[in-house]
Design a protein around this ligand. Structure first.
Ligand code: ATP
Ligand code: MG
Length: 457
C-alpha cells in the first residue's frame, strides 16, 4: 500500500526541509493551515500526519493545532498524528498524546530523528490496518453482539482475548451501550462458562442491605436473620461475579470489597470465620470512575484493583455504521417475536436512525423499535413510528470524504435490500443490481448479518 504523509507546517523553510526528508519514499502532501490540512486529509487519506501545533492565527500558541488535532481524529480516527512542538514544550506534547496523538517530536528539526519517528508511526498504522483486516475476516463469535464499527470490532477482539483469563475487568460506557452484554460474553467465553454468573447492581440495593447481599450473613447476625444466607459472592463460586454500577458502591463497603479482591476470602456478616471463594470479577459503571477517585468518592486502590483491564465502550453515535446494522437486526428479531416478520424501514426511518444521537444507546433503540413494530401500518416502519425526527440524507460533519459517504450509503442499501427480500440473497442481489458473490463480499465487508436472527430480546 502507498504510504501517504501529510505535513502540516506553516513555516515555508521547515516545510520544504521536511518534504525533502520524505519525498523519496513517501507520497507527501503539505498544508500550512487548518483549512488546507483538512482538505488534504479528505483528498489523500494519509496514514500519518505531522502536525505543527503552532499554526496561524495562533502561531505562538497551540489552540489552532489542538483544534486541528481534534478534527483529524474525529474525521479519520485511525490516522497516526505526530505532533511537532517547540523546544521545551513538553506540556503541550503530553496533552496532545492524551487527546489521541500517537507520538510527538520537538523542534529543532533533526532529519534522522524525525524520519525515525515518522517511520514508526507508519509501522503502527500498518499493524493496526492488518489487525483490522484480520478481524474483518475472522468476524466475532460473540453471541448477541451486532457490530460493524472498527471500535466495537476491536472491543470484541479484546473480549475474546481476555475472557479465558481471570483478570479483573472494568467495563465503562454510557447507559445502554452493552456493558452487561459484554460482561456475560466474558463469562460465556471463559472456562467458567458452566459455573454460575452472579450479577448484583450496586446502585439498586439500599446501602444497608448491600453488604449482606454481597457477603451473606450468619443466623442471628441482625434482627430478622433467622437463618444463614449465602451472599452473591459465594453464589458465584467457581464462576463469575458481575458488580454492576460499581461506581455507586458506598465507601465503607469499598474497603471490604478491596480486602476480598486482595485475599479472595469473605466474612459473612456476623461470622468470625473467613471462607475462601474462587470467582472471576467483572465490574461495570456508566460513571467516570477516575473523576470519582479525584473527588474522593471512590478508593483509588480499589480502582486499580478492578481495572486490570478496562473496556471503554463508545456511545452508539460515535460508532460508524453500528446504529443501522443493530436497528436492522432488532427489527428482524423483534418483528419475528411479535409476528410481524416482514417489516422493513422506510428511507426516512433509516436517515433518522443514522442521525439520531441515541443518548440511551441500544437500550433506547430497543424501546423505539418495539414501539414502532406495534405502531407501523403496512410493511414499512417510518421515522414517525420510531418517534424520530424525519430528516433528509445529508452527509454528516463526521464524514471524511465521498468514499465514506458511499460506504455508509452502500451499507444502508444492503441492509434494506436484505430485509425487503426477507434475507433471500439472490433476490437481494437482484434488487441491488449486483451478483450474488458481490453481495456476499459486501455483507462480509460491512459485517451485515445474512441469516435470520435469533431473538435475544
Ligand atoms: N452491539 C449490540 N448488539 C445487539 N444488542 C445490543 C448491543 N449492545 C447492547 N445490546 C442490547 O441492548 C440492551 C442494553 O445492553 P446492556 O444491558 O448490556 O447495556 P448496559 O451498558 O449494561 O446498560 P445500562 O447502563 O442501562 O445498564 C440489551 O438488551 C443488549 O442485549
Ligand atoms: Mg447494565
Amino acid at each position: 500500500m502507498t504510504k501517504r504523509l501529510l505535513i502540516v507546517e506553516d513555516d515555508p523553510g521547515l516545510q520544504s526541509q521536511m518534504r525533502w526528508c520524505f519525498s523519496d519514499e513517501l507520497e507527501v502532501a503539505v498544508a500550512s493551515n487548518r483549512e488546507t490540512a483538512l482538505a488534504a486529509l479528505r483528498r489523500h487519506e494519509p496514514q500519518v500526519v505531522t502536525l505543527d501545533l503552532g499554526l496561524p492565527p495562533d502561531p505562538g500558541g497551540a489552540t489552532e493545532g489542538f483544534a486541528l488535532l481534534e478534527d483529524i481524529l474525529r474525521l479519520a480516527p485511525s490516522t497516526k498524528v505526530v505532533v511537532v512542538t517547540g523546544r521545551e514544550d513538553k506540556e503541550n506534547a503530553v496533552r496532545a498524546i492524551g487527546m489521541g496523538a500517537s507520538d510527538f517530536y520537538q523542534k529543532p528539526l533533526d532529519p534522522d530523528i524525525l524520519t525515525f519517528v515518522v517511520n514508526r508511526a507508519f509501522r503502527l498504522a500498518e499493524l493496526e490496518r492488518e489487525n483490522q483486516e484480520l478481524n474483518r475476516r475472522n468476524g466475532t463469535s460473540i453471541k448477541g453482539i451486532v457490530a460493524t464499527s472498527p471500535q466495537m470490532m476491536a472491543i470484541c477482539r479484546t473480549v475474546e482475548k481476555v475472557a479465558p483469563t481471570d483478570v479483573t475487568t472494568l467495563i465503562i460506557g454510557e447507559t445502554g451501550t452493552g456493558k452487561e452484554l459484554l460482561a456475560r460474553a466474558l463469562h460465556d467465553l471463559s472456562g467458567r462458562c458452566d459455573k454460575p454468573f452472579a450479577a448484583i447492581n450496586c446502585a439498586a440495593i439500599p446501602e444497608n442491605l448491600l453488604e449482606s447481599e454481597l457477603f451473606g450473613f450468619e443466623k442471628g447476625a441482625f434482627t430478622g436473620a433467622t437463618q444463614a444466607k449465602k451472599g452473591k459472592i459465594e453464589t458465584a463460586n467457581g464462576g463469575t461475579l458481575f458488580l454492576d454500577e460499581i461506581g455507586d458502591m458506598p465507601m465503607p463497603l469499598q474497603a471490604k470489597m478491596l480486602r476480598f479482591l486482595q485475599e479472595r476470602v469473605i466474612d459473612r456478616v456476623g461470622s468470625l470465620q473467613s471462607v475462601p471463594v474462587d470467582v472471576r470479577v467483572v465490574c461495570a459503571t456508566h460513571r467516570n470512575v477516575q473523576q470519582l477517585v479525584a473527588e474522593g468518592h471512590f478508593r483509588e486502590d480499589l480502582y486499580y484493583r478492578v481495572s486490570e483491564i478496562t473496556l471503554d465502550i463508545p456511545p452508539l453515535r460515535e460508532r460508524r455504521g453500528d446504529a443501522i446494522v443493530i436497528a436492522q437486526s432488532l427489527l428482524k428479531s423483534l418483528g419475528k417475536h411479535m409476528d410481524r416478520a416482514s417489516l422493513s424501514f422506510s428511507e426516512d426511518a433509516i436517515a433518522a436512525i443514522e442521525q439520531h444521537p441515541w443518548p440511551g444507546n441500544v437500550r433506547e433503540m430497543i424501546n423505539k423499535i418495539k414501539r414502532a413494530v406495534i405502531m407501523a401500518d403496512g410493511k414499512r416502519v417510518t421515522a414517525e413510528d420510531l418517534e424520530l425526527e424525519p430528516r433528509g440524507m445529508v452527509p454528516g460533519d463526521t464524514q471524511l470524504n465521498l468514499r465514506q459517504v458511499r460506504e455508509d450509503a452502500e451499507r444502508t442499501a444492503i441492509c434494506q435490500a436484505l430485509q425487503t427480500s426477507n434475507y433471500n440473497m439472490t433476490q437481494a442481489a437482484r434488487l441491488l443490481g449486483v451478483t450474488r458473490p458481490t453481495l456476499y463480499n459486501l455483507t462480509e465487508k460491512y459485517r451485515i448479518e445474512t441469516s435470520s436472527a435469533e431473538s435475544h430480546y
